[in-house]
Design a protein around this ligand. Structure first.
Ligand SMILES: Nc1nc2c(c(=O)[nH]1)N[C@H]1C(S)=C(S)[C@@H](COP(=O)(O)OP(=O)(O)OC[C@H]3O[C@@H](n4cnc5c(=O)[nH]c(N)nc54)[C@H](O)[C@@H]3O)O[C@H]1N2
Ligand SMILES: Nc1nc2c(c(=O)[nH]1)N[C@H]1C(S)=C(S)[C@@H](COP(=O)(O)OP(=O)(O)OC[C@H]3O[C@@H](n4cnc5c(=O)[nH]c(N)nc54)[C@H](O)[C@@H]3O)O[C@H]1N2
Ligand SMILES: [Mo]
Length: 689
């Protein structure tokens, strides 16, 4: 930090709130009460002084002319976009009045909160809001839209979301970027990869799509969508057949080696080639290289688990480091998420003890069904905050039908007039990260962070915490937990006897901005076993899976929608559609602010597939299946192989050519475990319009 001589200028320590593994340490420059600059903290070992292509525009986003600044009540029919400004008192009274009426007639479970990852700050993500809805007895929401299949699959094998320290990737000799677009979705890992490369490491991308990241790797393995478990079993087949496994590690620290050997033997390179579309020689070469290069490390993220067999895919890939013994090295192993390394007290924050016994849970991926099918009680009120379900949820046609119900009371707490905001009866203004304080963990590094508010709240915006504190008071909830301040709650989440949090107090975080968990610099959590599974071993055979009715041994579970698994469907809709994030968007956040950096919504299609349909570059096409459709211009490119199409996402529906988004085609079908979403398991057809 350069010394600041101008007394009107202050530098405030913050943290990036967005849903991304990197959770950057930010420095906010404030002059006379106005934030004028955001930057990455150069002292933070992972942020390393830079912010991404999105958050470096956070000033522009905060002061954007479209910010919602006052409570609004809809006048005119739903979707008409006509609003009147009202006071907070009027808005809160109306919510309480409606809620009381619904509770009297249908019971509290007729009220459904819907929130997700607008902010990953622990206070904004889930604290006073959870306490409020728990005490009320509202339906519970299962927050499964992103990571639950992979987390569950990983948990079955490894025991918890604990893996390789990203800072160690610099020391790896082989790096597999498997189903992750690092340069876009986890850009602060890239400097470590570059360092490893400078020391001679090879980097391999395993992704059906030649993503921005795959383009930068030494090798790109463009396997068929949803076939990762088969590829992993093919690698295991070769490793066992050639005796390249780490026998001592398998013997001492794993459970179920024999069963895995039998299973892997069924997946010859030839059979796997058939499933994955990757030639046997390449499978054999990768297996040999992976098993004989140490340390070899894998980075998976959440791309591969957005498929019917996504949980099993992650579970299977996660067995590889144990088989080759790469957990022995700090720069070996595998990383999905570091979340499980943070021993935080979420019960103190969310107070699940307040939930009445027998309360039902609704899977957020099935919001479309939940709002449109008969249930007892029916959902009569939806309270949306920190989320944009009218754009991000699967099967948007159904979601739209539900949100249009005249008898559904819809409240939306937002920073911007999103697609979801259009359905609101009451639209309430939310603060941004510069305007509120919060405490953060990360899912892609090992540091706790504190975000100090750097400016006063704009207009009449309120943080999530204060909104629900006020609602709790009006509902007459008098448990002391509803009077806790944000700082009280930050202290509560840190309350833990775990040595990893020793010395990490609110005061220390405020003073330093960020602090590393008390874990060794050379973090190698499973070098000597100690897996947090019930057996204490890496579970190649899992009793928990058997009990859940799943195959206890790694296996390939085909996609729900593919030529092999659904030939009739594939005859009608022969193309697999992937809709991963566009580089300048964070899910749907930033879309309205940064769309100038993306050259419009588009569909990437292989020239052969385009030719067969009479489609030329820039032609408007309709992408459709039995669930719905959307229109976009075509972009002919060999970044996608024949049979695959990619629509960089997630555009606001209202910025799409026909007001329909990619999620008009995606399905509410759930993954094999964890109740996850299957966004990337989606067959479509494309026609020129
Ligand atoms: N810029 C930016 N960064 C983000 C986000 C964002 O929207 N924008 N989102 C954040 C969030 S919420 C999350 S969960 C993470 C997600 O982070 P990632 O998991 O890295 O992101 P995705 O782009 O969903 O998926 C990564 C890659 O998986 C590939 N893929 C799809 N299907 C398969 C498959 O079957 N097998 C394999 N091997 N690969 C497959 C896709 O083509 C894509 O390139 O990123 C976070 N970071
Ligand atoms: N087709 C397709 N669909 C997908 C995905 C995909 O790859 N393809 N990815 C999926 C994934 S991984 C995820 S995580 C989900 C993400 O889905 P969401 O969690 O809905 O994320 P966003 O679309 O970014 O919407 C978050 C909203 O919260 C608002 N917000 C931000 N901070 C606050 C706050 O402090 N308070 C309040 N009240 N509001 C705030 C933002 O303005 C933004 O509009 O989308 C999923 N949907
Ligand atoms: Mo996500």
């Amino acid at each position: 930090m350069a010394p600041v001589s101008d007394p009107s200028i202050k530098i405030i320590r913050g943290a990036c709130p967005h849903d991304c593994p990197d959770t950057c340490a930010m420095l906010v420059t404030v002059q006379d009460g106005t934030a004028i600059k955001v930057g990455g903290d150069p002292a933070h070992p992972v942020t390393q002084g830079f912010l991404c292509a999105k958050v470096s525009h956070y000033i522009e986003r905060t002061y954007h002319k479209d910010r919602l600044l006052y409570p609004l009540r809809r006048v005119g029919p739903r979707g008409s976009g006509k609003w009147e400004r009202i006071t907070w008192d009027a808005a809160l009274d109306e919510i309480i009045h409606k809620f009381r009426g619904i509770i009297a007639e249908y019971g509290p479970q007729a009220i459904l909160p819907y929130s997700y990852s607008g902010s990953l700050g622990l206070l904004m993500y889930g604290s006073m809001d959870r306490r409020f809805f728990h005490k009320m007895g509202a339906s519970l929401l299962d927050r499964t839209i992103c990571a639950s299949a992979g987390s569950q699959g990983y948990r079955y094998t490894v025991g918890a979301s604990i893996g390789t320290d990203p800072e160690q990737y610099a020391n790896a000799k082989l790096i597999l970027l498997w189903g992750t677009n690092t340069l876009t979705s986890n850009p602060h890992l890239w400097p470590f990869i570059k360092r490893a490369r400078a020391r001679g490491a090879r980097v391999v991308a395993i992704d059906p799509y030649r993503s921005r990241t795959a383009q930068q790797c030494d090798e790109h393995i463009a396997l068929n969508v949803g076939t990762d478990a088969a590829l992993a079993l093919g690698l295991l087949n070769v490793i066992f057949a050639e005796g390249l496994e780490d026998r001592a590690y398998l013997r001492d620290y794993t459970l179920g080696e024999a069963a895995l050997r039998v299973r892997a033997a069924e997946y010859s390179p030839e059979r796997v080639a058939e499933i994955t579309g990757i030639q046997p020689e390449r499978i054999i070469a990768l297996a040999r290289e992976y098993a004989t290069t140490q340390p070899a490390v894998i980075r998976i993220n959440y791309g591969m688990q957005r498929h019917a067999g996504g949980g099993m895919a992650v579970r299977t890939v996660a067995t590889l480091p144990a088989v080759i013994g790469s957990w022995r090295y700090p720069a070996g192993g595998i990383l999905l998420s570091t979340s499980g390394t943070f021993p935080l007290n979420f019960d103190a924050l969310e107070r699940p003890d307040l939930v009445p016994a027998g309360t039902r849970t609704i899977n957020m991926n099935e919001l479309g069904n939940a709002l449109t099918t008969a249930a007892d009680p029916p959902i009569k009120a939806l309270f949306v905050y920190s989320a944009n379900p009218a754009a991000v949820n699967p099967d948007l046609e159904r979601v739209h039908q539900g949100l249009m119900r005249d008898d559904l009371f819809v409240v939306v707490h937002e920073q911007f007039p999103t697609d979801t905001a259009e359905y609101a009866d009451l639209l309430l203004p939310a603060t941004t990260q510069l305007e509120h304080a919060d405490i953060h963990k990360a899912y892609g590094h090992m540091y706790m962070l504190w975000n100090e508010a750097s400016i006063a709240a704009l207009g009449e915006t309120l943080p999530n915490t204060e909104l629900f504190r006020r609602l709790a008071a009006r509902m007459g909830f008098d448990d002391p937990c509803f009077q806790e301040s944000d700082e009280d709650m930050a202290r509560a989440v840190l309350r833990s006897d775990h040595p990893a949090l020793e010395g990490i107090t609110l005061e220390a975080l405020k003073e330093h901005g960020w602090l590393r968990l008390n874990v060794p610099e050379e973090f190698a959590p499973f070098a000597e076993g100690n897996f947090p599974t019930s057996s204490g071993k890496c579970e190649l055979w899992s009793e928990g899976m058997a009990a859940a009715g799943l195959d206890p041994v790694p296996t390939f579970t085909p996609p729900g929608e593919s030529r092999q698994s659904a030939p009739e469907l594939a005859a009608k809709y022969p193309l697999a559609l992937l809709t991963p994030p566009a580089h300048h968007f964070l899910n749907t956040t930033f879309v309205n602010v940064l769309q100038r950096y993306e050259d419009g919504p588009k569909l990437e299609i292989n020239p052969a597939d385009a030719r067969a349909r009479g489609i030329g570059n820039d032609d408007m096409v309709r992408v459709f299946n039995g669930r719905g459709s959307f229109k976009v211009p075509a972009a002919l490119t060999d970044r996608v192989k024949p049979g695959l199409v990619v629509a960089p996402s997630i555009w606001w529906r209202k910025l799409m050519p026909d007001d329909k988004g990619v999620n008009h085609t995606t399905s509410q079908a759930l993954t094999d475990m964890g109740g996850g979403a299957t966004f990337y398991d989606n067959l479509v057809e494309v026609e020129k319009v």
